[in-house]
Design a protein around this ligand. Structure first.
Ligand SMILES: NC(=O)c1ccc[n+]([C@@H]2O[C@H](COP(=O)([O-])OP(=O)(O)OC[C@H]3O[C@@H](n4cnc5c(N)ncnc54)[C@H](O)[C@@H]3O)[C@@H](O)[C@H]2O)c1
Length: 246
């Protein structure tokens, strides 16, 4: 394979490790130039170096709207045409009545507000470039069904799902496509760091009885970012071993 994203310039957030790193890798393999953005500077720089001259790294906090504005300004001569809003985290496995309101705001800020900021500032630049663009937003199985132990995260991921459909409708005639990916249990550092009981529970509920890999998710992102998906907008792709089929 190769060349499916030739000529594209992509921004992948949360790309220092896990799913984002897998997406950055596959995008480069398919010919895209990739700006990997993350708060993890050392890991992000190492990742970008390993991907060669088509990749670069920027220390970037997706929850900071001024960082998005600055990025768009700096890139006005070489605009981004594929935005992958991947950065996110479950953060806590507490029941609703145990969640502190400040923690709720932090989780929603990271998983939902960041996606709004990304689209809010990058879509006008994509339209102004005259080339249009593609947005791929990382939701989750948790954005489509209730998760008893991750109320803020699942509410935020459900928000990403519907926000994306609205954006798809709003910009459909302006050359902008917006879609979501809904991963199930994927073997990443985030999952390695979460409580074993949570991983065991998701695994038991996954029809294929195995975890996916970052490259499984990256395959869906390559498709959505490519011109093969030119008639696909407002859609959801589950990469979940059958979880959402239940
Ligand atoms: N792994 C799974 O099972 C799974 C399932 C469904 C959805 N997802 C989603 O996929 C995405 C990637 O998850 P992952 O498992 O690869 O997680 P991960 O923790 O392994 O990687 C996430 C990356 O995002 C970065 N990040 C965190 N906060 C950031 C911020 N404010 N600004 C910029 N970067 C930031 C982290 O530094 C990290 O490099 C997340 O949105 C997650 O919710 C993951």
């Amino acid at each position: 394979m190769g060349g499916r994203l030739e000529g594209k310039h992509a921004l992948v957030t949360g790309a220092a490790r896990g799913i984002g790193a897998g997406i950055a890798q596959r995008f480069v393999e398919e010919g895209a130039r990739v700006l990997a953005a993350d708060i993890r500077k050392d890991q992000g720089e190492t990742l970008a170096r390993s991907l060669g001259k088509q990749a670069s790294f920027r220390e970037f906090d997706v929850t900071d709207p001024s960082a998005w504005q600055q990025l768009v300004k700096e890139m006005s001569d070489d605009p981004i045409d594929v935005l992958v809003n991947n950065a996110g985290a479950v953060v806590s496995f507490a029941s609703l009545h145990e969640v502190d309101p400040e923690e709720w705001r932090r989780i929603v800020d990271l998983n939902l507000n960041s996606v709004f900021y990304g689209m809010r500032y990058m879509i006008p630049a994509m339209i102004a470039s005259g080339k249009g663009g593609v947005v791929v937003n990382m939701s989750s199985i948790a954005g489509s069904v209730g998760i008893a132990v991750a109320p803020a995260y699942s509410a935020a991921k459900a928000g990403v799902r519907i926000l994306s459909k609205g954006a798809a409708l709003a910009y459909a005639t302006q050359g902008i496509r917006v879609n979501t990916i809904h991963p199930g249990l994927i073997n990443t550092p985030m999952v390695e760091e979460q409580p074993q009981w949570a991983t065991d529970g998701f695994l038991a509920s996954t029809p294929m009885k195995q975890m996916g890999t970052p490259l499984d998710v990256a395959g869906a992102a390559v498709y959505l970012a490519s011109d093969e998906a030119r008639f696909v907008t407002g859609a959801e792709i589950a990469v979940d071993g059958g979880y959402l089929a239940q």
